[in-house]
Design a protein around this ligand. Sequence first.
Ligand code: ATP
Length: 255
Amino acid sequence: EPLLETKRFGRDYHFYASLPSTNRTAKELARQGAPEGTVVLAEEQTEGRGRLGRGWYSPPGLGVYFTVILRPAVPLSLAPQVTLLASVAVCKALETVAGVQPQIKWPNDVLLNGKKFCGTLTELNAEMEAVNYLVVGTGINVNQGPDDFPGEVANVATSVHATTGEKVDRARLLAALLRSFEADYDHWLTSGFDRLRVEWLERAAGMGKTVRVIAGQQEWVGKAEGIDSDGALLVRESGGELRRLISGEVSLRPE
Ligand code: ATP
């Protein structure tokens, strides 16, 4: 029985025992013309990245680290929706394969019991206000035990195994992730963001709660109220004004 049930995602793939970063290699391949759906997969990353230049700890044997190249013919302004749809696709795959109920912390973290086990990082290349290519990287802590995290992340990190007590077959999980991701991406291309917005909100962590918004040097506190039809986060300031946040440079902390 074939593992991979996709049409395009993962049909071209590049596997490496070790890479600095799957996103970095995917960007090189995209520049060289690699087709949509090309996957870069690494058993470990030595310089895995999160947002804003932060590191993503990616040890061998325990996690799944991969990047998909996308070439949607859409304006630049729709690109942030891809980060949100990737998080939804990860949740749905994990719900099916591992029977867990992940939550999403805007914009790109996926949580189990309030701790991070997955991050996605979308990077963009644009020409003339239109997307040329996107690379969407996903790092998932799969079979780590509670003691397998380094000190800096031990308090904030978890894994699928640490949550369920079961070991997950990583090849099967990757196949499910690619299937889920392709289905949601194709839905987005043909039908837009509406259904994905609902599915995102069903899994959203922290809605209705007070959050600290950190945007460069600026910090303020407000109440997270949802996401709008574009995927921007809606946060109500103490003065009553509703602000729209685009994912680029903004971080949220519980307050
Ligand atoms: P934001 O809330 O703005 O997304 P973040 O700190 O969650 O900020 P990310 O870019 O999403 O930033 O992820 C990088 C951060 O995740 C690192 O700074 C580290 O604290 C944490 N981290 C690194 N590796 C792992 C891992 N394997 N599992 C869980 N958390 C990790």
